[in-house]
Design a protein around this ligand. Structure first.
Ligand code: PLP
Length: 376
């Protein structure tokens, strides 16, 4: 592998050995369909799915009945947003979001806009924060949903989701939180934060790709969604299709591991990130993008003002880093997140995201600092 220092954990993470071991028997020995009710193959698979549901629910303090398995965060986002479309059927047709959301949210909302929904996209300040007063004022009698992410994938800036939910609920607006980057890294408590809908992806937290979840609150207000995928009525009719039992088992195991290890990981990883940041910002004309105080601990986004990110990446031969998010980098335009925060096109094109994970070391930090310093 050319990229021997991996600092792109916000794009994806490796599958942990213990996760893989938990999954393997479900490819071969326990290959049953979780919906087969007439034999032990099916019962074993169903039991494994239920265990995973409990593990995923525990990670965010939900109940297992509130977890729907999907193919990943993008599907969960589509399900949450498009699911609302039909429920309110034209009577409540206003959604609030913010300019730095992931494209999975912004593009999905664009589809709703074409169907007559009104979408308010809140601006952010230089740190990537929304103004809560502006959020409150944006709510009107037609507002049905607020889509505000927990941590931004490019800068790590955290939104105060508990306060956002409080404001929204005072006006009977549901809250959908994209927690793709924070699930498994930070404590999330959907009950205490009072979140109605929340999405997660297994591959961002050392589980397999192709599996994720949508948390749908059962309670007051009761959240009802129209399914995106119809068929045999799996998962209470909300998401039909044979369940990806191996993926779900791996996701559950990854959640279980994260529940027990996120605290220790956080201490180690934030130290590495802080040192990288302190050393790199000693270089001339560099600054950190995002909110340094309220930030996901594994992420730093640094602007190297007089350098192009593409050149830096070329020179960092054995290092996997990103400019922008994994999906946006295919488009090679400046990051919409950084532009929304007020960076110039040049500054956005000169910024790199470093996202740390469990296996990173101080030696790797030193190597990266040394490599970048030689370019000055
Ligand atoms: N939301 C956020 C914040 C993300 O970072 C990502 C992926 O990077 C997604 C949604 C989409 O996740 P996936 O590609 O796993 O569906």
């Amino acid at each position: 592998m050319n990229n021997s220092i991996y600092l792109d954990h916000n794009a994806t993470t490796p599958v942990l050995e213990d996760v893989l071991s938990a999954m393997l028997p479900y490819f071969t020995q326990h290959f049953g369909n979780a919906s087969s009710k007439t034999h032990a193959y099916g019962w074993i698979a169903e039991q494994a799915v239920e265990t995973a549901q409990i593990q995923v629910a525990q990670l965010i303090n939900a109940n297992k009945e509130e977890i729907i398995f999907t193919s990943g965060a993008t599907e969960s986002i589509n399900m949450a947003i498009k699911g609302i479309l039909n429920v309110y059927g034209g009577t409540k047709n206003h959604i609030i979001t913010c300019a730095t959301e992931h494209l999975a949210v912004l593009e999905t909302l664009d589809v709703l806009a074409k169907k007559g929904f009104e979408i308010t996209v809140l601006p952010v300040n230089r740190l990537g924060q929304i103004d809560l007063e502006q959020f409150k004022k944006a709510i009107n009698e037609k507002t049905c949903l607020a889509c505000i992410m927990h941590a931004n994938n490019e800068t790590g800036t955290l939104h105060p989701i508990k306060e956002i939910a409080k404001i929204a609920h005072e006006k009977n607006v549901l809250v959908f939180c994209d927690a793709t980057q924070t699930a498994g890294k930070m404590i999330i408590d959907v009950k205490d934060d009072d979140i109605d809908l929340l999405c997660m992806a297994s591959h961002k937290m050392y589980g397999p790709k192709g599996v994720g979840a949508l948390y749908i609150k059962k309670g007051n207000p009761r959240v009802t969604l129209t399914p995106l995928i119809d068929g045999g009525g799996h998962q209470h009719g909300l998401r039909s299709g044979t369940l990806n039992v191996t993926g779900i088992v791996g996701f559950g195991k990854a959640c279980d591991i994260a529940t027990n290890s996120m605290w220790d990981d956080g201490i180690k990883i934030s130290r590495l990130k802080t040192i990288l940041e302190q050393r790199l910002t000693l270089l001339p004309n560099t600054f950190i993008n995002g909110d340094i105080k309220n930030r996901l601990y594994n992420t730093t986004n640094i602007c190297f003002k007089d350098k192009s990110a593409a050149d830096l990446i070329k020179n960092l031969k054995n290092v996997a880093v990103a400019n922008g998010s994994a999906c946006a980098s295919a488009k090679s335009t400046a990051s919409h997140v950084l532009l929304a925060m007020g960076l110039t096109e040049n500054e956005a094109q000169s910024s790199l995201r470093f996202s740390f994970g469990k296996s990173n070391t101080m030696e790797e930090v030193e190597q990266v600092v040394a490599m970048i310093s030689t370019l000055y």
